[in-house]
Design a protein around this ligand. Structure first.
Ligand SMILES: [Zn+2]
Length: 330
């Protein structure tokens, strides 16, 4: 890792902790080719990710699913796998799950192929970074991402583990009805099967223990009560694509479909113009140059609240420590 391959321009030398050098040992042309492929992936991520923000309502469906099969059938999962494929990171799939832990595998990982001469190390930094960025920015879920197995490191397949930060997962997972249940009240007009399924999810997430509020649940309820967060409501990024698909299948002919699609796109643009202006939600430089039809502007106070929780979470070394801190504050 430390020796820079001969012929590489100095800016491609890998700083400590940075991505591995491209195709070390290969020819200069090969290195440039690899560099170009990486640039292309990064560029596509910068264009596509900022317009892929997912509302909590849809992320909640993903978080509530607690078997590999049910997670795979959520719209968010389908959207995420298509997005990762589109940006050039390959055919990713969920292969492992535990509450707040997701293991994704990429058979025939294209990122590995960029480094033909590298061996005995995990090289898929681009995929690790993209997973982290997608969960953190598009889903608003703080997490740790690690490549646990890599084809370049004698793995059968490249595998990536995403571990969600609990406080941030709870913030997205719980809706008003869950909070009612946690405070010991039955939500009005809720049917028994839904109540049972919600209690099951709250138990899986360790907020309830044998039907009672757990220590974690108690601490979180105190914490959440002191920091109310207003949920942003907007359409998921896959909605427009689905509408267009249904228009095309309805008309059966491209010409007829085109007229209706044009009307649809105009109306989407029109409603986008009517949205109140507000400061950009993130400091990503590409955000301003990209049409963000589906990203909802955040009220600054909500943003501040969220970042406060995130800062708290970051400053605490562990969940237990955070819970302890939260208990002291109340
Ligand atoms: Zn890999």
């Amino acid at each position: 890792m430390s020796d820079i391959p001969p012929g590489l321009p100095p800016f491609m030398g890998s700083p400590a902790g940075g991505p591995p050098p491209m195709a070390s040992g290969g020819s200069f042309a090969q290195s440039l080719g690899a560099f170009g492929t990486m640039l292309k992936i990064q560029e596509t991520i910068s264009t596509r990710f900022p317009i892929s923000k997912v509302p909590w309502r849809d992320t909640r469906v993903f978080l509530r699913a607690h078997s590999i099969e049910s997670i795979r059938s959520t719209p968010l999962y389908g959207f995420m796998m298509r997005l990762f494929k589109d940006v050039g990171l390959g055919d990713m799939q969920l292969v492992g799950y535990a509450p707040m832990h997701y293991v994704f595998a990429v058979p025939g990982c294209p990122v590995c192929n960029i480094y033909p001469a590298l061996h005995n190390q995990k090289v898929c930094v681009a995929t690790t970074d993209a997973l982290h960025r997608f969960f953190k920015e598009e889903l608003e879920l703080e997490c740790m991402v690690e490549e646990t197995e890599c084809v370049k490191d004698s793995g059968a397949v490249c595998k990536f583990k995403v571990a969600l930060q609990p406080i941030s997962a709870y913030q997205v997972l719980l809706d008003d009805n869950d909070r009612l249940i946690l405070s010991g009240k039955r939500p009005p007009a809720m049917e028994q099967p839904e109540l049972v399924s919600r209690v099951e999810v709250l138990t899986i997430y360790k907020l309830l223990d044998r039907g009672k509020l757990s220590d974690i649940g108690e601490a979180y309820m105190q914490f959440a009560g002191s920091m109310p967060v207003k949920e942003k409501i907007f359409d998921p990024p896959w909605k427009t694509a689905e509408e267009l698909r249904s228009i095309i299948s309805k008309h059966g002919a491209f010409g007829a479909a085109f007229g209706e699609m044009a009307t649809k796109v105009q109306s989407v643009q029109h409603s986008a113009l009517e949205m109140p202006s507000s400061p950009p939600a993130s400091s990503t430089p590409s955000t301003s140059s990209v049409p963000s039809l589906s990203s909802a502007p955040a009220a600054p106070s909500v943003q501040e609240q969220a970042s406060k929780i995130k800062d708290e979470a970051k400053n605490a070394g562990s969940f237990a420590e955070l819970i302890a801190k939260m208990k002291k504050q109340n």
